[in-house]
Design a protein around this ligand. Structure first.
Ligand code: SF4
Ligand code: SF4
Length: 301
């Protein structure tokens, strides 16, 4: 079961929910993927031993001028205008290149090879509680997060390490009978643009963390729009419940979005999170609430 925790904007408690969800899965095998590659911070709460790393980026074309006949086919096939043929010159614009490989494939002279343009690093390791953790860290100044998130999602640095656990029904795990897959939790980047879409792609459920304010409602609507576009069911966690108004609640009722949890606005929760504690560290009773939420999500799929 793959659950994306998203919020549309930063500072709503998305990572607080995602990390506590991971720590509440009991005996089920859990993977946690921090897809907020521009500013990953879930490791500050889960404390994994990061012992595996891999450079990541896109394959940029390199043209062998000795073989090139300047036919122009590579420039024609490039929908991003990242390669141009001007007379007897070939120009490559790395900032525009998406590393799709079409130019390499189409070149009739085999004049194009590829080199990895490193955009960041993938890191993984286990936490003390047995969560298989991975994050992507994008180099400062890189324009595109999506290629890093895409690689992170399919990185086998995760599955190579994942401990073989019993099926959930033998182990008292959380998934319903017949479902013995790993629970994968993806912490999404803030916003409602391409990195969020890439994080959501292939997920089974989107958990939307919001707060009951006009800003919260505005951003919630945006991410609900993406989840619906992708055809993925979703539910809502209202954080800082008690502030603002009831417009989020009214919207959820109207849009048919189940409210799966409410976390009240409490000063001691905010202080604990600021000290790097997870919600279930601060308030152990929440483990049961998160476990119930897992089961509710499984029943919605
Ligand atoms: S397709 Fe190959 S041969 Fe043609 S212009 Fe591009 S690099 Fe040169
Ligand atoms: S790899 Fe794709 S995006 Fe990059 S120059 Fe070639 S065709 Fe264009």
């Amino acid at each position: 079961m793959r659950i994306v925790v998203a919020s549309g904007k930063g500072g709503t408690g998305k990572t607080t929910v995602a990390t506590s969800l991971a720590l509440s899965a009991g005996e089920s095998s859990v993977r946690f993927i921090d897809c907020d590659v521009e500013a990953p911070n879930a490791a500050l709460f889960l404390h994994p031993m990061l012992d595996t790393r891999k450079a990541v980026g896109i394959q940029l074309p390199v043209v062998d001028e000795a073989l090139c006949t300047h036919c122009g086919r590579c420039a024609e096939v490039c929908e991003f205008h990242a390669i141009a043929v001007i007379g007897k010159k070939i120009l490559i614009f790395p900032q525009l290149c998406h590393g799709c490989g079409s130019c390499t494939l189409i070149c009739p002279e085999k004049a194009i090879s590829e080199r990895l343009d490193v955009m960041g690093v993938l890191e993984s390791g286990m936490t003390a509680t047995g969560v298989d953790f991975a994050q992507g860290v994008m180099n400062v100044g890189e324009p595109m997060a999506v290629p890093i998130i895409r690689e992170l999602k399919k990185w086998d640095g995760l599955s190579l390490r994942a401990p073989a656990k019993q099926s959930p029904n033998e182990s008292g795990g959380l998934l319903p009978e017949g479902r013995n897959d790993t629970i994968e939790i993806r912490d999404a980047p803030p916003g409602a643009s391409c990195p969020v879409v890439e994080t959501m792609r292939g997920a089974d459920f989107i958990l939307l963390v919001t707060e009951p304010t006009p800003f919260g409602l505005h951003d919630l609507k945006q991410v609900v729009g993406i989840a619906r576009e992708l055809g993925i069911p979703s539910g809502v966690v209202i954080n800082r419940d008690g502030i603002g108004d009831n417009a989020v609640e009214a919207y959820c009722a109207e849009a048919g979005l189940p409210i799966l949890m409410r976390i009240p606005m409490e000063r001691y929760i905010a202080e604990g999170v600021a000290q790097g504690k997870t919600l279930v560290d601060i308030h152990p009773e929440y483990k049961d609430r998160f476990r119930q939420m897992f089961m509710q999500i499984a029943s919605l799929l």
